[in-house]
Write a protein that binds this ligand. Structure first.
Ligand code: 4AD
Ligand code: MG
Length: 433
């Protein structure tokens, strides 16, 4: 039966010199000095030094001597204030219960990334990964809080879908009884349906992309936070994006100080993202900047990670790129009434080389225009009849965007690869464990 014991962080906060406590956790480090055994015991909240001294320990001393790293333990003892202990407190043990011993732990430090990925299920216990797991928690919590406060409905769109949102090239097929279905690349089309009953909706779902190449910022399965709202134009939606992102950054700076410190994040750079509005440049301006920087690009070309990285050198804060050429963007983006060769689409790019964290647009709400886009993109009209219906029965101007949660976490944490922004990363060739 579970009986509650205090978290290790609570021992530091609430228990003074001489109080008796019982804690539970895993041995994180162990060393023997002059007949005493020192064990750093960790739980989700932190770690504390436990001192085992034969003359105080009532339980079997053999059990203490056999302790290994990652053994799971319950320790009873008395709190002692000692400046030499990490955090300034330790527990002098009077009793030890070992729940499970651990054979020599396969991670000793200094292993390479391939090795660590193959022991991912154990590496997740590292302080590095614990910090990232917590930052992601706070990011998600903050985004959700912002949306709830601003009056958005949370919804649950499907993952098994009948049609592509972001184009066939990155579509995962699955056998669906005697038919073929696909794993969702984006909940957008379903969220567009849901704005008619609910006006302002959002969902946090896994999205799947069969990305062929392995990069620092692409996963084949990632967490996608998407919003969609009736009556919002592109400008309105960009405001939602910047308010949400700056709110999340503020929360993380406030609540995850220790974790950011552990990751050596330069938080002064992050603090710059608190101030909104974020700068905006058009695709045309982006191309000019890139040409000046020596990129061989002309108007109409799509660009990738290297170009985005170069653009981020121009800004110290997240910034928008807007009004892309129609032919490089998805079929659903609304044509700019003032300039039909571009669409009312936007990306939000994170600074310091990170690049795109959000992609969004105003949606084409005109039946004929959308129909023609579907046909000219070579898509199967029958697959999108229901989607076109939304432009038939009370069409409304509307906009939305998708935020890659791991992209946000990667930037905020200052890590150089997306893999540690998710506990079990998937990309081409990797689905373990
Ligand atoms: O720019 P994307 O492809 O836009 C859409 O899917 C829209 N339908 C969203 C919408 O308007 N509702 O993807 C949105 C975001 C990107 O900006 C990026 O942050 C993230 O999803 N993303 C990925 N993250 C990790 N790995 C990948 N392979 C990703 N592909 C996109
Ligand atoms: Mg995009």
């Amino acid at each position: 039966m579970f009986h509650k014991t205090p978290d290790i962080a609570e021992v530091f906060e609430r228990f003074g010199e001489g109080s008796e406590v019982v804690i539970r956790g895993w041995v994180y480090r162990i060393f023997k000095v002059g007949g005493k055994v020192f064990a750093w015991v960790r739980d989700h909240s932190g770690y504390i030094q436990v001192v085992f001294d034969k003359s105080y320990v009532a339980s079997d001393w053999d059990a203490v001597e056999k302790l290994t790293r990652e053994s799971s333990v319950e320790v009873k003892g008395v709190v002692r204030v000692d400046a030499r202990a990490p955090g300034g407190k330790e527990i002098v043990a009077s009793n030890l219960i070992v729940y499970g011993y651990s054979p020599p732990f396969p991670i000793k430090g200094g292993e390479d990334i391939e090795y660590l990925l193959n022991v991912r299920h154990l590496w997740l216990r590292s302080r590095h990964m614990i910090a990232l797991l917590k930052i992601k928690h706070t990011a998600i919590q903050a985004l959700r809080d912002w949306l709830v406060k601003d009056g958005w409905w949370e919804t649950t769109p499907p993952i098994l879908t009948g049609s592509a949102v972001e184009g066939g090239a990155t579509l995962f097929e699955v056998k669906y009884f005697d038919k073929t279905a696909y794993l969702s690349q984006s909940a957008q089309l379903y969220l567009e349906v849901l704005i008619f009953p609910l006006n302002k909706v959002w969902a946090l779902t896994p999205s799947f992309r069969a990305e062929k190449s392995r990069t620092r910022r692409h996963l084949s399965e990632y967490w996608h936070l998407e919003v969609e709202a009736a009556w919002y134009d592109m400008e309105d939606m960009m405001k939602v994006a910047e308010d949400m992102v700056s709110y999340a950054v503020a929360k993380i700076l406030e609540e995850r100080k220790e974790e950011l410190k552990l990751l050596n994040r330069d938080t002064t750079k992050l603090e710059k993202a608190l101030e909104t509005p974020y700068p905006k440049i058009t695709y045309d301006e982006a191309i000019q900047i890139l040409q000046k920087k020596g990129f061989n690009l002309k108007w109409g070309d799509d660009y990738g990670a290297d170009e985005e990285k170069a653009l981020t050198e121009e800004f110290e804060v997240p910034f928008f790129v807007t009004h892309f050429p129609k032919h490089i963007k998805a079929f659903y983006m609304k044509e700019d009434p003032k300039r039909p060769e571009v669409v009312l689409g936007f990306d939000l790019l994170a600074p310091e080389g990170y690049g795109e964290i959000i992609g969004g647009s105003q949606r084409e709400d005109d039946y004929e225009k959308l129909y023609n886009r579907i046909i000219s993109e070579g898509l199967n009209y029958q697959d999108y009849e229901w989607y076109l219906d939304l432009r038939k029965y009370g069409s409304v101007p509307h906009s939305g965007f998708g935020l890659g949660v791991e992209r946000l976490v990667m930037w905020v944490s200052g890590i150089d690869h997306i893999r540690d922004a998710i506990p079990f990363p998937r990309w081409r060739g990797r689905i373990y464990p």
